[in-house]
Design a protein around this ligand. Structure first.
Ligand code: AHG
Ligand code: MN
Ligand code: MN
Length: 327
């Protein structure tokens, strides 16, 4: 699509872009737009915290574990608090599912239309070494009618039920990338203005895959099919790239073409990545950008969650390379 044919040209501020998109849907009430703005605002605050983390002593370990039994970094906690605060008082969100909190969080807006699943800070192990980290979010519509208490049905929704998903990448520049099911658009933060501007309209994964991404330490426990798949990636002269921050690895592969793999391992027999606030969100973006995301058996978007913090094996990439993928 040429830039001229888009309803908003490159350089459009995120707020204006969201408003224009809303005008294209005459029955939209504006609540989703406000929710996306709330997330964008919270991400700017996190961005500020990340940039000064080394100076104000919020780098490093928080000295406790999260619900996954993983070490919590101080910034994990800071990001979690910031996002929960932004969503809790926003009015649009009735519940939040966070990686850092065991149970769903009921907000101060019981009549809110939306449920947000969030990985407030992704790539924690990279915080202290100044490598890209991110935030991942999924937005679902509540199922239970307003006025009635929320149930499991509201919390355990599959990827195909998402209304929107996206991520923020705190990298060499900070970007917010999201979809509402009408393509994927990327916005870059201009730090001096404190505003996101459309920089990557209508992102499509390139046909040709440049990169394959997997933690190489799993190699000896991969299935023969996966070993062959990696052989093929190498034979096709694809380069190996693995940051260990899912958002960063996904973003690079979506822009440049490639495949990301996090299989089941002896340490994590169901895979490590979380369905509800990592994999579904990225699967929605991948499909909207013309890619494929699977757990090895079915589309990630079709996997019915059984618990909020459920893990799944995750394989996501360009359509062409995913044709050859088998578990
Ligand atoms: P989180 O920091 O939210 O717990 O996520 C870390 C994840 C993901 O970002 C990354 O792709 C993966 O862990 C890396 O895991 P390995 O170190 O096992 O490769
Ligand atoms: Mn994560
Ligand atoms: Mn996290």
């Amino acid at each position: 699509m040429s830039i001229e044919t888009l309803s908003a040209p490159v350089g459009t501020a995120l707020d204006r872009f969201i408003a224009r998109r809303q005008e294209e849907f005459p029955h939209a009430s504006g609540e989703l737009s406000q929710l996306l703005r709330d997330i964008a605002l919270a991400s700017k605050i996190i961005n500020r915290e990340i940039n000064r983390a080394g100076l104000v002593g919020i780098g490093g370990n928080a000295g406790q574990e999260n619900v996954q039994g993983e070490d919590q970094q101080k910034l994990d906690v800071v990001a979690d608090i910031r996002f929960i605060r932004a969503l809790r008082y926003g009015g649009e969100t009735c519940a939040i599912l966070s990686e850092e909190v065991e149970e769903p969080i009921l907000t101060d807006s019981p009549d809110g239309k939306y449920i947000v699943a969030i990985d407030p800070l992704d790539g924690s192990s990279n915080i202290d070494v100044n490598v890209s980290i991110g935030t991942i979010f999924s937005i679902f519509r509540r199922v239970t009618p307003i006025g009635q208490p929320l149930t499991e049905e509201d919390f355990l929704q599959k990827g195909d039920d998402q209304v929107a998903s996206g991520y923020v990448l705190y990298g060499s520049s900070t970007m917010m990338v999201y979809t509402t099911g009408h393509g994927v658009n990327g916005f870059t933060l201009a730090p001096s203005l404190g505003e996101y501007f459309l920089s990557h309209p209508d992102i499509q994964m390139p046909k040709q895959s440049k990169y394959y991404s997997i933690n190489d330490s799993f190699h000896d426990e991969l299935s023969p099919n996966m070993v062959n798949f990696i052989k093929k990636c190498r034979a096709d002269k694809m380069s190996a790239r693995y940051i260990g921050s899912l958002v960063g690895d996904f973003h690079r592969n979506m822009l440049k073409g490639g495949v990301y793999m996090y299989p089941a391992t002896s340490k994590n027999p169901n895979g490590k990545l979380r369905l509800m606030y990592e994999c579904s969100a990225l699967a929605f973006l991948a499909e909207q950008a013309g890619g494929v995301a699977t757990d090895g058996e079915k589309r990630i978007m079709e996997v019915e969650p059984k618990s909020v913090h459920q893990r799944v094996p995750f394989f996501v990439g360009s359509k062409d390379i995913m044709k050859d993928f088998k578990l």
